[in-house]
Write a protein that binds this ligand. Structure first.
Ligand code: RIB
Ligand code: CA
Length: 350
């Protein structure tokens, strides 16, 4: 009986998907979103699933905001809500490479979705381990896949270590993480990097095309109570869910003294949809893994050079500068208001 029920629900999802026109856009840019859903992750995922510019091939789940089991359930509920069982969903790393897991239910709700309940998922998980699914899809679509990590970078690091040949086959990595003007998890470190600095170091040193969408630009994408009231004027399954989650986030931001909630992860997805939402500067960026106060900091060299020192007359003497090749396109500006408009235009009424 249960199997019959699942088939009926799945059929309904497929009908809704076809009717609402939210099926994959085969000509869209192929993306894999690596995520720790997560309230803002959920908004980013809905934005991606409702944007014809993107062909979302998979959601790969990593422990971060919530434990990986909860993240997998949330990811399956999100693709089911959008009627997108065509999107592969796989579970990944349950803890960072080295340190202990730090979860953030305080910021994302006990269930990771702003305590908004969704029906049991109609879509089923892919049985692959997430890093293996990343490897498989990158080889299946050489030079076509854009990786969009919006959580700790553990899955990407594991995929890279298992199969370094994926590096030249990935079109681009556009990640939400890092910062060049102070952190949020600590004074120096942004949460996604802070939650697995060793994994971040592997990703930043890989040599693939890497764009960093950090706090210095996501901080300009504040979703306010007025934005929420606008979105609440329309209805729909995804629309209403987003209103519920964003209400939790805006309420919490208000309690913490803010005038709205930053749309961290949606900006990374937005930048893949429309690159003009961000402006980047090429920089040499290293990930601190040892600092007592700075572990997890993304240390960016804005001028891509360092002093060259020689030992002379009993001291070091600077006799020039060493150029360093930049490894990251660092987002230094963002159009936060246009990101909010893009998000509302894609979710309103869905
Ligand atoms: O620092 C913000 C990031 O940490 C976002 O990805 C949010 O979801 C949390 O994971
Ligand atoms: Ca996230």
């Amino acid at each position: 009986m249960k199997g019959l029920w699942r088939c009926a629900v799945l059929a309904m999802c497929l009908v809704i998907s076809f009717a609402s026109g939210t099926t994959a856009a085969p000509e869209g840019r192929k993306v894999i979103i690596d995520t720790d859903p997560g309230a803002d992750d959920a908004m980013a995922i809905l934005l991606a699933l409702n944007s014809p510019e993107l062909d979302v091939k998979a959601l790969t789940v990593v422990a971060g905001n919530v434990v990986v089991e909860q993240g997998l359930e949330n990811a399956l509920k999100l693709v089911s809500l959008a009627g997108r069982c065509d999107v592969l969903v796989a579970s990944g790393a349950s803890h960072p490479l080295v340190q202990q897991l730090v979860t953030a239910e305080f910021f994302h709700g006990a269930n990771g979705l702003g305590n908004v309940e969704l029906p049991a998922p109609a879509c089923r998980a892919d049985t692959s381990f997430a890093p293996d699914l990343i490897i498989k899809l990158v080889h299946q679509y050489p030079n076509k896949i854009t990786l969009v990590p919006v959580g700790p970078l553990t899955n990407l690091a594991l995929a890279l270590r298992k199969d370094p040949s994926i590096v030249p086959l990935v079109k681009e990595v556009v990640l939400m993480g890092g910062a060049i003007s102070g952190g949020n998890a600590t004074a120096a470190a942004e949460a996604n990097i802070y939650n697995d600095p060793e994994a971040a170091r592997v990703v930043f040193e890989a040599g693939w095309p890497l764009t960093m969408v950090g706090l210095n630009v996501t901080g300009k994408t504040v979703f306010t109570r007025a934005d929420l009231n606008r979105l609440a004027r329309t209805q729909g399954r995804e629309n209403d869910f987003a209103v519920g989650v964003l209400n939790f986030m805006v309420d919490l931001a208000s309690k913490l003294g803010g005038n709205g909630t930053p749309m961290h992860d949606p900006l990374a997805v937005g930048a893949v949809i429309d690159r003009s939402l961000i402006t980047t500067q090429d920089m040499w960026v290293e990930v601190e893994t040892r600092g007592e106060f700075t572990r997890g900091e993304t240390v960016a060299s804005r001028h891509n050079s360092s002093d060259r020192k020689v030992w002379r007359d009993g001291r070091y003497v600077i006799d020039g500068v060493e150029k360093v090749n930049p490894n990251v396109h660092v987002a230094v500006e963002s159009d936060g208001k246009r990101l909010i408009e893009l998000f509302i235009s894609r979710i309103a009424g869905k």
